[in-house]
Design a protein around this ligand. Structure first.
Ligand SMILES: C[S@@+](CC[C@H](N)C(=O)[O-])C[C@H]1O[C@@H](n2cnc3c(N)ncnc32)[C@H](O)[C@@H]1O
Length: 281
């Protein structure tokens, strides 16, 4: 198939990319200040920031959390293999850049099933022998783990870190989300890690519940499976694993350096993203 010229800004649109509907990868990238988006993405972006102007702060905090997690895993836990599932569009500080800054030999495989991400991910990595991209559905764990891009770099006899950042809230049924995490954990040797960040709805009638429910309602027509969860529900994803200190907390409370690093958010907006890192015993 041949790339076509788009009507929306004149750029080339790779085959498989639907510009008429928002893509979660592109909308999220827009929150991060990215440039790879179309009017359908921008229309949803405007709807979300209208009710939650802090959304770009959340996206940035998630990337900062991910940066701290990768640095911890590479430096302190001595992990040298990463599987970044639901990796998103390449942005400023990607997993391989952070991990390979610590050790250029660290192996990183990205996994995503969005055509925009696949096109950009494959282009970004052509010259990097230690980094691969697998176009796959992360919910099919068996398929992911047998992808040539994965088996080429990852040695499943040595510890691996699986990153599932801001993606499991796209799995509607919590049993499915638990099954996915458990299948990744089961496939990894002892001493491996799983890192998860997840959208929260406290579902307690509070102002934060109202804000999360309003955001959910704007996303749902396009992403019907979107399911923010309570922290107690998210905690069950880590069953059978050992949580690394400080456990499951707001993303910016996870090993931040100084209090100046904390974002200035209104109270209702300060509790809607949680994350944790866990070790397979
Ligand atoms: C909100 S973005 C998060 C990107 C990145 N993990 C981060 O935290 O910055 C979610 C990503 O997950 C991808 N995704 C969602 N469901 C997926 C699935 N079933 N298989 C593979 N990728 C998926 C989307 O295409 C998107 O790129």
């Amino acid at each position: 198939m041949v790339a076509e010229r788009g009507s929306d800004g004149g750029g080339l649109i790779a085959p498989g990319i639907d510009t008429t509907r928002p893509s979660i990868a592109r909308v999220y990238d827009l929150f991060l200040g990215g440039k790879d988006n179309y009017e359908s993405d921008r229309a949803l972006y405007r709807q979300i920031v209208e009710i939650a102007p802090e959304t770009p702060v959340w996206a940035r905090e998630n990337r900062r959390w991910l940066g701290r997690v990768i640095a911890y895993l590479a430096r302190q836990a001595r992990i040298s293999q990463f599987l970044d599932a639901g990796s998103g569009l390449p942005t400023a500080e990607n997993t391989h850049q952070i991990a390979q800054r610590h050790d250029p030999e660290v192996k990183v495989v990205y996994v995503d099933n969005d055509p925009s991400v696949i096109t950009h991910g494959q282009a970004l990595l052509v010259d990097n022998e230690s980094t691969q991209f697998a176009a796959a559905d992360l919910t099919d764990v068996c398929q992911v783990l047998t992808e040539p891009a994965v088996t080429k770099l990852i040695d499943f006899d040595r510890p691996v870190a699986v990153l599932l950042a801001m993606v499991l809230h796209h799995i509607e049924d919590i049993q499915d989300a638990r099954r996915i995490v458990a299948e990744y954990a089961d496939a990894l040797p002892s001493g491996s890690y799983l890192a998860i960040s997840h959208a929260v709805n406290p579902r307690d009638g509070s102002e934060a519940d109202g804000l999360a429910t309003a955001i959910e309602a704007r996303f749902k027509p396009f992403f019907p499976t979107l399911t923010p969860r309570t922290p107690a529900e998210i905690a069950t994803l880590f069953d059978g694993l050992d949580l690394v200190d400080p456990g499951l907390v707001r993303l910016f409370d996870w090993r931040h350096q100084t209090d100046e690093d904390l974002p200035d958010l209104r109270p209702a907006a300060a509790h809607l993203l949680y994350g944790a890192v866990a070790r397979k015993p």
